[in-house]
Design a protein around this ligand. Structure first.
Ligand code: H79
Length: 472
């Protein structure tokens, strides 16, 4: 008996992990398929205008903040495994207990301008904050539900109003994450099976019409220009249901972007959580990613990615054509954890010197530097494993090629051949822009470099070339 229940538990958790992996890999996240049709060459001028800022911005700050920051990964003295904002679900906390957290939520150290300043220091151009996550609690003033920060907490302030003002002041764009389908607080929302039973017996449209749709209207009506709405986990989101959200957005703020997880094609593709694709994707796309393992604050998660790793990921993503949306999980007091701040600011210092190779930059014209499929090893899905290379990456802009060096090539760097003539080469980190000598042949380009890296890595070699696009 004990054996059986243990086996059952084990296979259940294996299932949950597999299901989680499937969700986070973007496979069941309603990944839109219209991207190839809306390839940038054939898109409408309306779509091009809407996407313009996103294609320039490249780097954004994700903020996961809500009641889950109070338990911070621990419930009744027990650490709860998994991502912090899922604690209500993972510990199967009844609504009646979880909603009592609201009475304790008083983040008196919250300072909108400090958060926006951090994003600015990090070189980020947009901010996306959880207006309501799966737990159903709105961190802004909502008339559609009393379960919100102004009506249900001693704090009583509206952080989204304060962030909108701070973003306007510092010239960053502001967008809102909104969990349209899962709402564990509502009897007809998706996901809370422990209080309300199976999802297929709920009146889901009633939840959508009484809470989710009105709340999205509020977000678009009350906070000035919203750069995007970041929908997530489109459970039970049919095309008809998704279309109602599209109509709300296009009516209230036609310039506002829709991410890739609504349940119908959005304006760009959302990759799975923390999933950076192996190769270039010639569409608009974004990777949401964490600095440690959790999104919402968890006091025991200290598994911080290093600034070097973050910089590599940023360059890797831009060289493949995407945007990087990197997350912080502020505490229940309103403080962004110090390691998050330090690591983001380190990336920002690199961007101050090398931003020309990132903002508005286009993907690599090469591709061989990214890696290749293994001829011997297969992954869990039976397909050949992709073996990533990490020595260098390339980004471009009209008339320019940028080579980001992650491994210093003593004295000589060899770049695959291009037809454009290279006019000049220098390091972006060199204020004097001292020319590097270049030897260009039909088969390769060889750039002479100092024996030792003259500054900390990655160093970017800027090549000025003839012509706007790189020809190979
Ligand atoms: O907001 C962040 C996550 O909370 C959200 N997307 C990012 C941006 C997200 N919702 N669902 N998922 C991600 C996939 C869920 C995966 C898991 Fe689980 C949650 C793994 C462990 C907890 C599902 C539930 C699988 C096991 C339990």
């Amino acid at each position: 008996m004990i054996e059986t229940s243990r086996q059952l538990k084990m296979s259940l958790s294996a299932f949950m992990i597999a299901f989680g992996a499937l969700l986070t890999s973007g496979l069941v996240l309603g990944t839109p398929h219209a991207w190839n049709q809306s390839a940038q060459s054939t898109e409408s001028t309306e779509q091009a205008a809407r996407m313009k800022w996103f294609r320039e911005a490249k780097f954004g700050l994700f903020i996961h903040w809500g009641l889950y920051a109070i338990p911070a990964g621990e419930w009744k003295g027990q650490p709860i495994a998994g991502i912090g904002e899922w604690i209500m679900n993972r510990a199967k906390i009844p609504v009646k207990e979880y909603e009592q957290l609201a009475a304790q939520f008083n983040p008196v150290k919250f300072n909108a301008d400090e958060w926006v300043k951090l994003a600015e220091d990090a070189g980020m151009k947009y901010i996306v904050i959880t207006s309501k996550h799966h737990d159903g609690f709105a961190i802004y003033q909502s008339r559609a539900s009393k379960y919100n920060i102004v009506d249900a907490t001693p704090f009583k302030r509206d952080p989204l109003k304060e962030l909108a003002a701070a973003c306007a002041k510092r010239n960053l764009r502001l967008g809102f994450y909104y969990s349209q389908a899962q709402d564990w607080h509502e009897s007809n929302g998706a996901g809370n099976t422990w209080d309300f039973g199976p999802d297929d017996q709920k009146n889901f449209d009633q939840y959508l019409q009484e809470k989710a749709e009105p709340q999205v209207r509020e977000l678009l009506a009350n906070y000035g220009p919203v750069c995007l709405i970041w929908f997530d986990t489109p459970r039970m989101m049919t095309k008809e249901r998704s279309q109602r959200f599209i109509d709300i957005l296009r009516t209230l703020q036609p310039q506002c972007l829709i991410d890739g997880r609504l349940g119908a094609s959005g304006d760009y593709r959302s990759m799975g959580d923390n999933r950076i694709p192996d190769t270039v994707i010639n569409e608009d796309w974004e990777v949401p990613a964490t600095l440690n393992r959790t999104w919402g604050y968890k006091k025991d998660d200290n598994d911080w990615k290093s600034p070097e790793d973050l910089t590599f990921k940023l360059v890797d993503i831009i060289s493949k054509g995407g945007n990087y949306l990197l997350n912080v999980g502020p505490t229940a007091e309103g403080i962004i954890p110090q390691p998050s701040q330090d690591n983001l600011r380190a990336v920002g210092r690199w961007l101050k010197v090398n931003g020309e190779a990132i903002y508005g930059a286009r993907p690599t014209p090469f591709g061989e530097e990214l890696g290749q499929l293994s001829t011997a090893e297969t992954g869990k899905d039976g397909k050949p494993l992709f073996k990533a290379k990490m020595d260098w990456r390339c980004t471009t802009r009209p008339g320019k090629l940028f080579i980001h060096l992650f491994k210093w090539p003593a004295a000589q760097f060899e770049l695959p051949a291009i037809k454009n003539k290279v006019k000049k080469a220098y390091l972006l980190a060199d204020p004097g822009r001292k020319p590097l000598s270049v030897n260009q042949t039909d088969s390769a380009i060889s750039i002479s470099l100092p024996q030792q890296a003259p500054a900390s890595m990655p160093l970017v070699v800027s090549l000025e070339i003839e012509g706007d696009t790189v020809r190979r």
